[in-house]
Design a protein around this ligand. Sequence first.
Ligand SMILES: CC(C)(COP(=O)(O)OP(=O)(O)OC[C@H]1O[C@@H](n2cnc3c(N)ncnc32)[C@H](O)[C@@H]1OP(=O)(O)O)[C@@H](O)C(=O)NCCC(=O)NCCS
Length: 189
Amino acid sequence: MSDVAAFRPVSRSRTTMAEMMIPAYANFGGKIHGGIILGLMDKVAYACASKHAGCYCVTVSVDGVDFKAPVEVGELVALRASVNYVGRTSMVVGIHVDAERVTTGEIRHTNTSYFTMVAKDADGRPAEVPGLELETKDDVRRFLEAITRRALRARYLDELDNSRPALTVAAELPRLATERCRLAEGLAP
Ligand SMILES: CC(C)(COP(=O)(O)OP(=O)(O)OC[C@H]1O[C@@H](n2cnc3c(N)ncnc32)[C@H](O)[C@@H]1OP(=O)(O)O)[C@@H](O)C(=O)NCCC(=O)NCCS
């Protein structure tokens, strides 16, 4: 990255991408494989993050991949990505995905997800990225939401770590009573 002191506006790295869903992308049920959509999301996240950072970036983590509706063969999938948040070397790229039935023009929102990307220097170490200039109220809202998600995720991971040592399988078995599982012979106390 050339100028770490710089701030770059959200609009500078906003990226859109669209691709027709061809039969080769279908699963055995005739709908589009989730992995195809994830692959497109990873590509647009890379383009958006690298435009902001001005260097090579890698995907570190993905939040909020919930497909609200299946995507069909013959639809045009459009992805809109923008940098929602920057840390020191990481960026959160928000991606809005729509599927359009091209014969009718009907558009469905299929998901919104958040990719955390990290910029790398020539030696493969995390590299500092420019700050983010927020240009609209939506940019401000997205930045604030990203901070909230980050804090909630850190709390969730902490609680998960803390709960592990306290978990004794024998004492917790009654919690399985209402679940749709059963203990194989020999496992039951
Ligand atoms: C991500 C990676 C660079 C982190 O390296 P590291 O030596 O732990 O570096 P740091 O601890 O300095 O973290 C770098 C940044 O990543 C962020 N980060 C690290 N792990 C993270 C995670 N699981 N989720 C979100 N952010 C994460 C840190 O918060 C930090 O952000 P900041 O600089 O904005 O504060 C390293 O683990 C890596 O290269 N992973 C492989 C990524 C890859 O190859 N992806 C493609 C998969 S095919």
